[in-house]
Design a protein around this ligand. Sequence first.
Ligand SMILES: [Cu+2]
Length: 166
Amino acid sequence: MGRGAVSAGFLAIAMLACLGGAATATEYVVGGSRGWTAPPNITAGYYDEWAAGKAFTGGDTLRFIWNGRHNVAVVNREEYDSCTKVSSVSQGGETFNYTLPADANGLYYFICTVDSHCENGQKLAITVVSPTPAESPNSSGSSSSAVGALPVLVLLSSSIISMLMN
Ligand SMILES: [Cu+2]
């Protein structure tokens, strides 16, 4: 019984440490089970739907996975809109991982430059919100309050442990 209480205390501390620490990077497979592809496998707007509601943050990785002839080009807004055939960043193979910079913020654009895939909807625009926003007084205040909660929880769990052991 004593051992169980100790484990519970550790678990609570570990959980709070996660909350207070840096956000964990997430890996996204672009397009989900469809992967990175063009019509007829997808309809136009498919990647907009896929990206909708996802909270992309700096440090996250986008995994582009495909079959056959596709590539990945990182483009700006204009190139995204007009499907400009800039050089791709993928080096052959059928997969490409793009890790967002740690301080990424704003819109990021990706297209396939093979044939008219981009025109047909093989294009991705995502909104990235950096986990550590610009040095505003608010951001340092919120992180220090999370750190400040840690000793309180340690105290709390140790008193629970001693209660259970007595
Ligand atoms: Cu393509």
